[in-house]
Write a protein that binds this ligand. Structure first.
Ligand code: AMP
Length: 115
């Protein structure tokens, strides 16, 4: 069940500050407070969805499309067209610590050497 007091809900309500990268009617993208890559940004939908399962099952199709457009717009704004990762940790066991659906966008020159 969605907890309205999770940290991203507070950010969306303006109760906690954030460093916004991109914002529109459907998404908010902001810098991760504890970056684990040279560029580390989080993209969240404005609606109340706990994780990718909840989002893809319960968000209307137009909201889902708008979310991924927001991810794309964020990547373009960051100038990361061809060197970034997207990650959506799902469940505590996989490291999800904030139960409001979010996608990590991470970029680091080391990625080229990883593969
Ligand atoms: P996850 O572990 O996949 O749930 O990712 C949650 C992310 O939120 C972590 O990378 C945290 O560093 C980040 N985070 C937690 N609180 C804040 C905050 N107030 N502002 C920005 N990022 C945050």
């Amino acid at each position: 069940m969605y907890d309205k007091n999770n940290v991203f809900a507070k950010i969306l309500r303006g109760e906690i500050p954030n460093k916004t990268v991109y914002s529109d009617d459907n998404v908010l993208a902001f810098y991760d407070v504890a970056p684990r890559a040279k560029v580390h940004v989080l993209v969240i939908p404005r609606g109340e969805y706990t994780d990718i399962f909840d989002f893809t099952q319960n968000a209307p199709a137009d909201v889902q499309v708008a979310f991924w457009c927001g991810v794309r717009n964020t990547v373009e704004k960051l100038g990361l067209r061809d060197n970034f990762r997207t990650v959506a940790n799902t469940g505590r066991g996989a490291g999800q610590s904030v139960m409001h659906f979010h996608v990590h966008i991470m970029s680091d020159e080391r990625f080229i050497e990883d593969f």
